[in-house]
Design a protein around this ligand. Structure first.
Ligand SMILES: Cc1ncc(COP(=O)(O)O)c(C=O)c1O
Length: 421
């Protein structure tokens, strides 16, 4: 068969494809793989129980279940869910959010596919704009969503601050941040996937000012962040106004199978999203919104985040850090300050092999992680650091994590000793 140029979009062996295939194969084949690669949230019993109860209530309540499966929602998304969310955001944070500030999508990956192509690409025959990531590493899933031949991304390197012998933190390098006419929007994940960094209130405030001055939107990817699922371990304030496009998701709350993304933005952006939903998907799925609406209305969702989800991941993060300190004590490994999300980002300075080779060796030994180089979308300059890092998920079973870190330590030790030998 012959395919159009559009098919070229899907030809390359993208990092996100490899990640999702690794994840899907291991889950479906139920192999003995140590799954430290994927972004699946942990199965937290109290959270799963809360969603089970919602489902049971739906099944017991007249025709609620039949309504959910039997009707399309409007292309903007489920009205009851949108109303409940608008009320919560305006009451809780004082944001001027009305229902016309919110749209639902089939997962925030789908939100980025639309948003990036709305704000970047060809604007006129002589004007091409890009999405700027003010700091990489950034989320692997952004890398391939741009339609067309030319890359729609550009990115900056961060400053690296050493917090102690074993810990570092990325900071936005404002001295090199330039929002030129070529930029259509600025985007960052907060907390950042993969590093677990939470860009500080001060940094986000500066980015907000700079984007307003340049008259481009600031897209904040809150897939792990605020107000939900709230997997944030440092003080951080959620921020929104009409220049900010806040992307949220129900996935990391524990509902990745429901494929529900949320966009909070000005009504003009929401209307673009609504139209694109209608054209590409008719309407977004109804399952996630139906499960979450009552939990938004009675504020149980935010309590679950604060009292169960955040403490759970904070404890898992501490365990994972202790494991790395313990099992890799003889290696020069450094960990990015774990401030949120569900990953440890390990930096192995001057690793004699690339992180890709290390990934391959680990996979052969039954450990799935993600090699660092995939997390630098838009960074068009060589940088050794990107070949020295690994992303390790700590949401997996504690026994898997220990076994996985043991094998990572063995393989890293082997790589370092080859250089010495
Ligand atoms: C930072 C970030 N943004 C967006 C997504 C996409 O999430 P979903 O499409 O499940 O809402 C992910 C998934 O792992 C993520 O890590």
């Amino acid at each position: 068969m012959q395919y159009s140029k559009f098919s070229e979009q899907f030809k390359s062996d993208s990092g996100i494809l490899r990640l999702m295939q690794d994840l899907g194969e291991a889950v479906n084949q139920n192999t003995a793989m140590q799954m430290l690669g994927g972004g699946n949230p942990a199965a937290i019993p109290a959270v799963q129980q809360a969603f089970r109860v919602e489902m049971e209530k739906m099944l017991a309540a007249g025709r609620a279940f039949e309504d959910m499966i039997g009707n399309y929602d409007s292309p903007q998304g489920n009205h009851a869910f949108i109303d409940a969310l608008a009320t919560l955001l305006s009451q809780r944070f004082g944001w001027r959010v009305q229902p016309d500030n919110i749209a639902v999508t089939n997962g925030s990956q789908a939100s980025f596919g639309i948003l990036f192509n709305l704000f970047a690409g060809q604007f006129s025959p002589r004007e091409f704009r890009k999405i700027l990531f003010p700091m990489t590493p950034e989320y692997i899933g952004y890398a391939d969503v741009g339609l067309g031949d030319q890359s729609i991304f550009t990115a900056n390197k961060p400053l690296i601050e050493r917090l102690d012998e074993r810990t570092f933190k990325y900071r936005v390098d404002f001295a090199r941040l330039n929002i030129t006419d070529e930029i259509g929007a600025v985007c960052l994940s907060r907390p950042t996937n993969p590093s677990g960094n939470v860009v500080t209130d001060d940094e986000i405030g500066k980015l907000h000012q700079l984007t307003r001055a340049a008259d481009v939107p600031l897209i904040i990817d809150g897939a792990y962040g605020l107000p939900f699922p709230g997997i944030v371990f440092t003080p951080a304030t959620p921020l929104w106004d009409e220049n900010i496009i806040l992307c949220l998701s129900l996935s990391k709350l524990g509902l990745p199978g429901a494929r529900t993304g949320i966009i909070v933005a000005n009504p003009e952006v929401i209307s673009q999203i609504t139209r694109s939903n209608a054209i590409f998907t008719l309407s977004p799925g109804r399952f996630g919104p139906s499960l979450a609406t009552r939990l938004l209305q009675n504020q149980q969702l935010l309590s679950l985040c604060a009292e169960t989800i955040a403490p759970y991941y904070r404890a898992r993060s501490r365990q994972a850090i202790a494991l790395v300190h313990d099992l890799m004590a003889d290696l020069p490994v450094r960990i990015h300050s774990s401030e949120g999300a569900i990953f440890l980002w390990l930096w192995l300075p001057e690793l004699p092999i690339s992180s890709e080779t290390l990934y391959q060796r680990l996979k052969r030994r039954g450990v799935l992680v993600i090699a660092g180089q995939h997390f630098f979308p838009g960074l068009n300059q060589p940088w050794q650091h990107r070949h020295e890092c690994l992303r390790v998920t700590y949401a997996s079973e504690p026994s898997q994590l220990r076994r996985g870190v043991e094998i990572i330590a063995t393989e890293a030790r082997r790589a370092y000793s080859q250089r010495r030998g």
